[in-house]
Design a protein around this ligand. Structure first.
Ligand code: PNS
Length: 163
């Protein structure tokens, strides 16, 4: 039986921390579906289509990874994918409360779905999409934190590079 896990998130934008979790997930599961939340009421820097596009480009060389967006409840998406596992990255204790609440609520909504937490490599424990956006918006470089094409898109967003 093929074991697929869903790795959901905002990915606004994808960072090397997310990529680290994807690689770890692939060592455990046969396939990963990266699920980008499409939430028009949540303000994101990149559109859902752009976030999916960047993710697809970044994981293009990984044959067992799919990227898609989802609406509605995460557990409904997971069940529709015939998956039973949600992967979430856990960086620090500060992530834990929110993640525990979500994991337990998702389990309440669908008892067949479990969440597993993967810890990224240490250099990524302080990394977040929000911090990367702030750094680039203020003229800093993000090459250590995001893949080159993502940095390029960030710089374009903040009009730091030619269109
Ligand atoms: O990267 P993020 O923003 O921390 O990801 C949060 C995400 C997308 C996993 C979460 O907001 C989510 O699952 N939203 C979908 C709606 C849903 O199912 N809500 C109930 C969760 S308990």
């Amino acid at each position: 039986m093929t074991k697929i896990a869903v790795y959901p998130g905002s990915f606004d934008p994808i960072t090397y921390g997310h990529l680290d979790i994807i690689k770890r997930g692939l060592q455990i599961f046969d396939g990963l579906t990266i699920a980008v939340l499409n939430n028009p009421s949540k303000k994101t820097l990149f559109s859902t289509a752009d976030r999916v596009k960047m993710l697809k480009a970044v994981v293009a060389s990984m044959p067992r990874v799919e990227v898609t967006s989802f609406d509605g409840l995460l557990v409904d998406f997971v069940i529709a994918q015939k998956a039973k596992v949600i992967i979430r990255g856990l960086r620090a204790v500060s992530d834990f409360e929110y993640e525990l609440q979500m994991a337990l609520m998702n389990r309440k909504l669908a008892k067949t779905v479990d969440t597993i937490f993967l810890m990224p490599a240490e250099p990524y424990t302080y990394l977040s999409s929000s911090l990367v956006k702030e750094i680039v918006a203020r003229g800093g470089r993000a090459a250590k934190f995001v893949p080159p094409l993502v940095e390029q898109e960030l710089r374009r967003k903040f009009s730091l590079t030619k269109k």
